[in-house]
Design a protein around this ligand. Structure first.
Ligand SMILES: Nc1ncnc2c1ncn2[C@@H]1O[C@H](COP(=O)(O)OP(=O)(O)O)[C@@H](O)[C@H]1O
Ligand SMILES: CC(=O)N[C@@H](CCC(=O)OP(=O)(O)O)C(=O)O
Length: 259
């Protein structure tokens, strides 16, 4: 039987709220199964870009990453956010290690080819170094990934954290029974954005298409749900979207994705 692995993505509104972040990291550090954390940080990157007089550009929830935006992404995701989270986890007795895709060659990628849109220094993932990650987990070390990959030619690339977590989950599913959690500030995917309790309990491939057509799923939710289905189709056992209550064992108010 495969060993269980939990892979969790936390979103920008949790990272930017000190109290919520501490609550989440406390729950995360108490999880006894092997675990991996992936964090975004797009919100903070936008704040820094704006301070520099640069207007952030997003298309379908993904950043158009010019050279200046890449530098900010490296500083914010790989530096500020990643190291703060790792230090907090260490204080909670979780032996975390901060990782970009370049560290120990963990995630290899190539620059997203230009089709209709040039996303700049945005990376599409080619491979996850699952042996390396499994070795870290066996040493009881918890990897904490930021939203950076590399092309093995010295170029760091900005990769949406929702994509990183999904590809990590797929890569690790060869040896582990993997559950993927997208944890953000809302209870789950909402049918009516004005009503925070209108959680869609299940979304399948058909309802997913209908929700996009109706405009119910938009912006940041687009890459998230695309990556959820990509993971389920490629060996990940379970995918859930919700808030911190995803981890309290009594809550059932979250979104489960089904094929
Ligand atoms: N139907 C929906 N239900 C919930 N959130 C939605 C929905 N449609 C769009 N969103 C937006 O998606 C956001 C989450 O995606 P994203 O902006 O990438 O944030 P995160 O950093 O949490 O991943 C929510 O904060 C919300 O504004
Ligand atoms: C290419 C791309 O879109 N990269 C994302 C990476 C950060 C991220 O995904 O942050 P959230 O999960 O908090 O949105 C960006 O720069 O916004």
């Amino acid at each position: 039987m495969k060993q269980q692995l939990s892979i969790i993505k936390i979103g920008g509104n949790i990272i930017e709220n000190d109290a919520e972040l501490l609550k989440f990291l406390t729950l995360f550090s108490q999880m006894t199964t092997p675990k991996i954390l992936v964090h975004g940080g797009g919100k903070k990157a936008n704040q820094v870009l704006q301070k520099m007089g640069i207007i952030p550009k997003m298309v379908n929830g993904r950043r158009i990453t010019d050279a200046a935006s890449l530098d900010v992404a490296i500083m914010v995701y790989g530096g500020l956010t990643n190291k703060k989270i790792v230090a907090k986890l260490q204080s909670l007795h979780c032996n975390a290690i901060g990782m970009s895709g370049a560290d120990a060659n963990a995630i290899q990628a190539h620059k997203r080819p230009v089709k209709d849109i040039d996303y700049g220094f945005a990376g599409d993932i080619d491979n996850i170094n699952s042996d390396l990650i499994a070795n870290l987990l066996n040493l009881n070390i918890t990897p904490v990934f930021c939203a950076l990959t590399h092309n093995q030619k010295g170029q760091l690339l900005n990769t949406n954290a929702d994509t990183i977590v999904s590809e990590l989950a797929i890569g690790m599913s060869v040896t582990f029974e993997t559950t993927l959690y997208y944890c953000f500030e809302l209870n789950g995917v909402l049918r009516d954005f004005q009503n925070k309790n209108s959680v869609l309990k299940n979304i399948d491939s058909d309802s997913y298409k209908a929700l996009i057509a109706e405009g119910i799923i938009s912006e940041g939710m687009l890459p998230k749900l695309h990556n959820c289905f990509h993971a389920l189709k490629n060996g990940v056992k379970e995918v859930r979207i919700g808030n911190l209550a995803l981890f309290d064992n009594v809550n059932t108010n979250y979104t489960t994705l089904v094929l």
